[in-house]
Design a protein around this ligand. Structure first.
Ligand code: NI
Length: 169
């Protein structure tokens, strides 16, 4: 079983900028496998390496309803964005906190798979929002950054409450 631990805000590491992945070896693929295990175990639809304290420019995601379509995105570069839409988001680094975030409706992303092969994906809906949310993690940007100071304070208060309740369990 994986020993990976998800960093919770405001733990150090969440603001790190992840360096480009250059080694596409078995060790990398093992890490990716463990990231998927962790993401599924915690019922997330996306998980970025920076959320685990790993200095790797990659994230895993699965936005399918049955959670049976794992996609690993390495060295992502969003090359086009279209439209705007609002969707409710959570983040495994902010347990219990949800907020409606405005993002591009449709994105096209260039990336590499776990074998280093170049890939391109165009996505909309939940997948598009997920790609944008997770790509931001790799630059140390968090979803709370999309909001006003007041709204952010409310979200952090909620996070504190959830964490206190979890600690008391
Ligand atoms: Ni997140």
């Amino acid at each position: 079983m994986s020993t990976l631990k998800i960093l919770k805000y405001p733990q150090k590491g969440l603001r790190e900028i992840a360096p480009i992945v250059t080694q596409f070896d078995d060790a990398l693929r093992q890490t990716v496998k463990e990231m998927f295990e962790k993401m599924y175990a915690d019922q997330g639809c996306g998980l970025a390496a920076t959320q685990l304290g790993l200095s790797l420019r990659l994230f895993v995601m699965d936005t399918s309803p049955q959670q049976n379509q794992p996609i690993c995105i390495i060295n992502p570069e969003i090359i086009s964005k279209e439209g705007e839409s609002i969707s409710e988001e959570g983040c495994l680094s902010f347990p219990g906190v949800y907020a409606r975030v405005m993002r591009a409706t449709k994105v096209t992303v260039n990336y590499q798979d776990e074998f280093g092969q170049p890939q391109t994906m165009t996505a909309d809906g939940l997948t598009s929002h997920c790609i944008q949310h997770e790509s931001e993690h790799l630059d140390g940007v968090l979803f709370i950054d999309h909001f006003s100071k007041l709204k952010r304070m409310m979200m952090l208060k909620k996070l504190e409450k959830v964490q206190k309740a979890a600690a008391a369990e």
